[in-house]
Ligand binder design. Structure first.
Ligand code: ADP
Length: 596
């Protein structure tokens, strides 16, 4: 039931209540007043009739119907009252309403209430429906005496019709007023309550909109009463709520941007280890499936160390930290921190991928070990031969020469090693000043032939130079670039059995992005190839597939690392394809200069 109906019904209720109260009050008062008037009238009429009858009545013994009824009828003509004369024994001798036979047939009236009262008290009053006329009357009987001797009763009666009619009229008036009042109450309910209900309805609509998260316009404030105040307060409240929501959404956006762009993985799990949030980095690190929200972490990713860490944080209720190998990531090491969010019984897991750092640490450690090892071998050899020469002065001159040649070879290797290391350090430091000049890759052909012709002839390996003439020019440091060709072709010759073929070709490859097109050079050999597991590592310093063989070939294990760095300095890149026993192709790419 809405407020308007409630108010209208209340108004109708009040109107009806007031009218009924009025009716009972008025009916009571009116009835009292009218019956008092009737009683007065009866008393006056009874006194008049008594006086008249005392004068006119014959002696008791001479009573006849004719005489007395005549007297009574005469008297009755003057007033509107019914007049009855009843003898002392109860016989009705005269009645204004009855004549002749019907008068004689009237029953004895001594038992009538008013007559009995008159007999005992001198006068008696009663009200009832007349058995004679069937009309409701009020009766007043008084005693009549002749010389102190009771001769009868004078009874006057007035119909109660006037009282009943007046009460009936009152009822009709009140019924009419009730209907009119109810209609007025309904009209009042409709129009007057509108002023109250309309703003409340508006407020209700707006609160519903706010509750469903909509941004709403403020409620119009038209009045200065309590509703106006309520609307003003409501507007203030929605303003504040909206301000807070905006603040929170800005904070959320900020937080989301931070979390989305963090290199650390951030994960939120509840008390049951179910994931409630994961940032993009965490999704990648833990290889989470599409529907990961609400799923248990252990179900998706079986990392016992991570579970143990979670348990530790749960038990100690403090931050738990450990370095963990995340199974799903290839060889990935991560620093994982679990922070309990006490109030929510949630845990924030922060995963910091340190595999790159660890790899660098390993490379550095390997490098130191490798450098020491690489330097020690020729040094020990040189030392050994020099001591032998010193201690055995008698050694034959042929042997001496052989030893000195060995010392020279190892010194040369040592010198190569040191200069390679210095070159690599220089390139890695990034402060190499490139002496760039425009040149065609074919410009290197002659120099390369000069370097490699004797070796090629000796090994019977063929070098096919297939770089097209129409290839764009490159803007490179030609001295450094010569080293790229020398290192790659030298490797190809070293690791290709006698009679093999080495092909050097180049092409322009269009890149699909906005970047410049590339000149890609391929150096293909028919050599021993590189095993798959070693392929990603051959560009590392000192990495050699077969250490003994490489060293025998005079390699330092630094050639490809230097080549890679020279290309990086020229914004280029290098990669390889190889099949064991079939051969290797080393590709390198350089961006085509715009001015070209
Ligand atoms: P090195 O001076 O020992 O040749 P590099 O850095 O030039 O050192 O090469 C690293 C390793 O990569 C070599 O030891 C060799 O095992 C492998 N390698 C390089 N080029 C080739 C090739 N063309 N064919 C087969 N193996 C190769």
């Amino acid at each position: 039931m809405n407020i308007r109906t409630q108010l209208t019904l209340s108004y109708i209720g009040i109107v009806l209540l007031v009218l009924f109260a009025m009716y009972f009050f008025l009916a009571g008062t009116l009835k009292g007043l009218l019956s008092d008037r009737i009683t007065n009238e009866l008393e006056i009429q009874a006194a008049l009739a008594k006086e008249f009858l005392i004068e006119e009545l014959p002696q008791k013994e001479d009573f006849t119907y004719q005489v007395i009824d005549g007297l009574v009828d005469r008297l009755g003509e003057t007033g509107k009252v019914r007049l009855t004369f009843i003898g002392a024994d109860g016989t009705v001798w005269g009645d204004t309403e009855r004549d002749g036979e019907s008068l004689i047939a009237m029953d004895n009236h001594l038992t009538r209430e008013e007559v009995q009262d008159a007999l005992n008290l001198g006068s008696g009053l009663s009200k009832r429906k007349s058995a004679t006329t069937q009309i409701e009357y009020r009766y007043l009987a008084i005693t009549m005496k002749q010389n102190e001797d009771l001769i009868g009763f004078c009874r006057v009666a007035l119909p109660m019709k006037t009282v009943n009619t007046a009460l009936g009229n009152l009822q009709w008036i009140l019924l009419f007023v009730s209907i009119a009042g109810s209609i007025l109450a309904i009209l009042f309910g409709i129009f007057a309550t509108g002023a109250i209900v309309k703003p409340i309805r508006k407020l209700t609509q707006i609160t519903q909109s706010v509750a469903s998260g909509e941004v709403t316009s403020p409620v119009e404030v038209n009045s200065a009463n309590e509703l106006g105040q309520l609307s003003r307060n409501f507007n203030l409240m929605t303003d504040k709520v909206q301000e807070q929501i905006e603040k929170i959404s800005v904070e959320n956006q900020r937080l989301e941007t931070i979390l989305n762009n963090m290199s650390e993985g951030v994960l939120l799990v509840n008390g049951a280890s179910e994931i409630t949030y994961a940032n993009p980095a965490a999704i990648v690190m833990l290889n989470l499936p599409d529907m990961y929200i609400g799923r248990a972490l252990i179900e998706i990713n079986r990392i016992p160390e991570l579970q143990a860490l979670l348990r530790e944080a749960e038990q100690t209720e403090t931050v738990a930290f450990s370095e963990i190998r995340l199974g799903n990531l290839q060889e990935s090491e991560a620093e994982v921190t679990v922070v309990p969010v006490t109030a929510e019984s949630e845990y924030v897991i922060v995963i910091h991928d340190v595999s790159h750092v660890r790899q660098l640490e390993r490379i550095r450690a390997d490098f130191v070990a490798n450098v020491s090892h690489e330097l020690r071998t020729p040094l020990t050899t040189i030392q050994g031969y020099a001591e032998t020469l010193l201690n055995n002065g008698s050694t034959k001159s042929k042997k001496r020469k052989e030893f000195i040649v060995k010392i020279l070879n190892h010194s040369a290797r040592l010198s190569r090693l040191v200069s390679d290391l210095l070159e690599l350090a220089r390139l890695e430091s990034g402060d190499v000043e490139l002496k760039r000049s425009l040149c065609h890759l074919n410009d290197f052909h002659e120099q390369i032939l000069d370097v490699f012709e004797p070796v090629l002839e000796e090994s019977g390996v063929t070098l096919q130079w297939e770089i097209p003439e129409d290839l764009p020019q490159t803007n490179v440091d030609s001295q450094l670039f010569m080293q790229v060709f020398v290192n790659l072709i030298d490797n190809a010759i070293k690791y290709t059995p006698d009679g093999g073929v080495i092909a050097v070709s180049a092409e322009v490859v269009e890149t699909d992005s906005d970047a410049a097109d590339e000149i890609v050079v391929h150096i293909k050999d028919t050599g021993i190839g590189i095993p798959l597991e070693s392929q990603p590592r051959v560009f590392e310093r000192f990495y050699r597939v077969d250490e003994g063989r490489a060293r025998k070939m005079g390699g330092t294990g630094l050639g490809l690392a230097i080549t890679k760095h020279i290309l990086l300095c020229h914004n280029g890149r290098i990669w390889l394809e190889s099949e064991l026993g079939q051969g290797t192709v080393l590709h390198f790419a350089l961006p085509v200069e715009k001015s070209d």
